[in-house]
Design a protein around this ligand. Sequence first.
Ligand code: ADP
Ligand code: MG
Length: 256
Amino acid sequence: MGKIISFSNQKGGVGKTTSAINLATYVAKAGKKVLLVDFDPQGNATSGFGVEKNQLVKNCYDVLMGECSPLEVIVPTMVENLDILPCNMDLAAAEVDLVSMLARESSLKRAIDPIKGNYDFIFVDCPPSLGLLTLNALVASDSVIIPIQSEFFALEGLSQLVNTIKIVKQRLNPALTINGVILTMYDNRTTMSKQVTAEIYKYFGDKVYTVPVPRNIKLVESPSFGVPVVLHAPKSTGAASYEALAKQFLQRENAL
Ligand code: ADP
Ligand code: MG
């Protein structure tokens, strides 16, 4: 049965999508069957794989609302073993449309459960909020990966996220755990980065992945070519970090 892992942090621009795209890619390259669910209405993961988000006949919104099967929306990517469930701005309406639905927190879980067996891992790229979409992702998930940008305000808001995870675990999804924390846009030359990292370690302990992802322009460029970094700049430091992270991830999941 596939394990569902949400990439979540209510802060925008911390590296959720970059981490989801590139970890999914390297885990797929390691021979695992992976599905990436684009669960942010901005559709950055979708366009990051060169899928035209404005030409989708159906997208993750329709799946979430129970209007079609995920099988009608999932498309393969250029990476072997990696599929994507794309979305676009339509998904933004779900925050409102779900409110009146029965068991509105578990709509994603209901939609995805039937195809769990088709994959080893299902990664969910969450939007930058703690609204109904993120709640649906957490209810559907086995665990959460929290990307954190190593900068001054990094820890602000994190207790709110951790608390939300705790509440979901208590009330809706007892099996939910934190898989780990990824340090993104890390700059080891600054005292600031070092101090913030020390704080993050104090808070999350051995949940923190020991491979930080440095600032790397290749990670910024590759989505504009519609490919993960390994197909744009396989020798870059960004690519090397996500490759190493994928290895640590698989070790943590006892999947090596
Ligand atoms: P989120 O999904 O949390 O909003 P993104 O993954 O979209 O964050 O990243 C936000 C911005 O930062 C994007 O422009 C992305 O290209 C850039 N970025 C992400 N990771 C790195 C990195 N390691 N080095 C440099 N830029 C990065
Ligand atoms: Mg994003």
